[in-house]
Design a protein around this ligand. Structure first.
Ligand SMILES: *Cc1c(COP(=O)(O)O)cnc(C)c1O
Length: 394
């Protein structure tokens, strides 16, 4: 057997994440590794916290990246805030909502499910009905941006409802961070977890989390010990929160954190509002192009994510073949449907660094060519012109 270094093929990542990682972030990650208690590294950790507070629009002291992917941030929120026997109202409008349920049940809690159609936002009226029916509920959990369907839920309204009924809120913001407005303090969301490989365009493998004082108090007043040693926030904070007295908890993923720092710095330079506007503007251009080809979005106007475009597969088109050709011939990756939507939609991401005019044009041109060759009724050049017109107007 002859082994060689791995050199990945050149790709354009336009799926549900990971998104294209900026060369700035990759270069940052290639810098020399420091010890995890080196004063220079501890200084970097402080900056990462401040930059994360900016990204989350929060002043929460307990704000840090969990050293593992978004799913670990999810688990961190649940194991710290839910105890065996707790009742949790779980909103499910896609794949990730069902993972919230799985977390609650594995802890030994009871998940009260509030279901909405896949592609639609969480319906606050149903959540309110569940809260009235279950006055003993302790937590409401929902996904802000459902990456499996492209639906955006109204986090402020859902959080207010939960607080009116004395519940804490756990929110999945894995895909929303850096892509759409996410105002943790203004909305009062108690515990939030996010991801680095979606709109932050950092590499996968870290999960920024933030807990407000209500959530910290709930953790302090627990009756039972936190079942996970690694994700126990009381212990993690000895390292991330300890100021000058930081102590070893686990070896931080040093170089990955260099990358996160650089991606947060890029967001800070661009400014949150501009990043949100960029995602919206390119979404409109992509949408104009896709619709001019006769493709239809699922879900409801005004409740869709700009950075995750879920469109129905046209009649008679072999959807997997289109994705294979996009990858093989054009180096473009898009996402397939998940769960209930498998085989029914394509999920086209415009996240972080991947969200730019060139990608919109190249993707539309490639899709148009492939669909035309497969016998679909598409008029050459029309999608590009529609996208260009939309971008020039905005
Ligand atoms: C991607 C994603 C996750 C999981 O993140 P991983 O980094 O893959 O573990 C969770 N929730 C949502 C909404 C996501 O899009």
């Amino acid at each position: 057997m002859h082994y060689q270094s791995f050199h990945p093929p050149v790709r354009t990542l336009m799926g549900p994440g990971p998104s294209d990682v900026s060369p700035r972030v990759l270069q940052a990650m290639a810098r020399p590794t420091l010890g995890h208690l080196d004063p220079a590294f501890l200084h970097l950790m402080d900056e990462i916290r401040t930059l994360l507070q900016y990204a989350f629009s929060t002043g929460n002291e307990l704000t840090m990246p969990v050293s593992a992917p978004g799913s670990a941030g999810m688990e961190a929120c649940f194991v710290n805030l839910v105890e065996p026997g707790d009742k949790v109202i779980v909103c499910r409008n896609g794949v990730f909502g069902d993972r919230l349920r799985a977390n609650v049940e594995r802890i030994g809690g009871t998940a009260v499910m509030v279901d909405d159609d896949w592609g639609e936002a969480v319906d606050p009226a149903k959540v309110e009905a569940a809260l009235r029916q279950h006055p003993d509920a302790a937590v409401v959990a929902f996904v802000h941006a459902e990456t499996s369907t492209g639906a955006l839920s109204d986090a402020a309204t859902l959080t207010n409802l939960a607080h009116d009924h004395d519940c804490l809120v756990i929110m999945d913001a894995v895909t929303s961070l850096g892509g759409v407005p996410l105002l943790v303090d203004a909305w009062g969301v108690d515990a939030v977890y996010a991801g680095t490989q979606k709109c932050l365009s950092c590499t996968p493998g870290l999960s920024p989390v933030t807990f407000n004082s209500r959530a910290v108090e709930r953790i302090r007043k627990r009756n039972s010990p936190i079942q996970s040693w690694f994700l126990d926030m009381n212990l993690v904070m000895g390292y991330w929160g300890g100021g000058a007295k930081r102590a070893y908890h686990h070896t931080a993923p040093i170089n990955a954190l260099y990358g996160l720092h650089e991606s947060l710095l890029m967001l800070h330079e661009e400014k949150l509002e501009n990043a949100w506007a960029r995602h919206e503007r390119h979404h409109r251009a992509l949408k104009a192009g896709l619709e001019s080809m006769g493709l239809a979005y699922i879900g409801t106007e005004g409740r869709r994510l700009p950075h995750l475009n879920a469109v129905a597969i046209p009649q008679g088109i072999d959807e997997a073949r289109v994705r294979r050709r996009l990858l093989r011939e054009y180096g473009i990756e898009i996402g397939a449907g998940l769960g209930e939507l498998a085989g029914k939609v394509w999920r086209i991401g415009l996240m972080g660094t991947s969200c730019n005019a060139r990608n919109v044009y190249v993707f539309l041109g490639a899709l148009e060519a492939i669909l035309g060759e497969m016998g679909a009724q598409v008029e050459a050049g029309r999608a590009l012109a529609a996208a260009r017109r939309q971008l020039e107007e905005s």
